[in-house]
Ligand binder design. Sequence first.
Ligand code: ASP
Length: 317
Amino acid sequence: MGDKSDRPTLAVHGGAGTLRRGAMTPAAEAGYRAGLAGALRAGHAVLAGGGAALDAVTAAVCALEDDPLFNAGRGAVFTRDGTHEMDAAVMDGNGCRAGAVAGICGPRNPVLAARAVMERSPHVMLVGEGAVQFCREAGLAFAEPGYFSTEARRQALALVLAQETAGVVETDAARRHGTVGAVARDRAGNLAAATSTGGMTAKLPGRVGDSPVIGAGTYADNASCAVSATGHGEFFVRYAVAHEIAARVVHRRQPLAEAAVAVVAELGRIGGSGGLVAVGADGAVALPFNCDGMYRGYVKDDGIVYTAIYDEPYAAS
Ligand code: ASP
């Protein structure tokens, strides 16, 4: 979907690895929608008060990181060693400033760690222990590893490892991944994007996905669009998905929705399942995905929050 509204806009996703339709109970659906709506309201409150797109995406992603249903912050998936290694990025379309962290466990909200790298270091990306140490010195809130762990993710790890041992190919993407992200355009016309993830269940320790890679899973430039992606990260890195969409908008002058839908469809054809949320310089929104579903939603100036999971019409709340 897309439109030409020149108003503040926020879109979020809670990952392309949704539960299979058959496994989705009314209670689970209500929980996911409430999580998305809460994040949209948190970000919209910033935009409605005249705040910056960067603050809106940070607020929305913090809300999703705090919600154990989503694979980021609390509720992050486990590596095959039973640890958490989280990745996150933020990008400010005003000046193309960016910050990212990868392979961290400690900071309670990884998106705040990414933002601290952008605002308080001369670098774009910090990883592992160095990143954690930087966050400690920056005074960010920390949590014990157990804070991030949930029983559902522990079971998902056990299942994936058992399937691997049995030689079974995983067909339920929801057991392997997920991610959260937000994109926004504020009243001043500035764009921003933020993405945060636990990565993929049973990943090798040290594996870094697309989420913290600027131009792959996260990108924002006032001249084109802001993008936050979710899906099989290796594909999004190899095809520089977020930047590819921005490049098509700038160089081919493709409408955002057209560029986003085309790139996500091409990715699907080569086996890269996933989706993304994007907002354009004109406030247009695109939320395409090439798999069963993607937890997602958006809110515009009127404050009406729209959420969807599969390809059903958006529900307003
Ligand atoms: N893109 C994330 C990663 O590969 C996972 C996801 O979005 O589902 O780490």
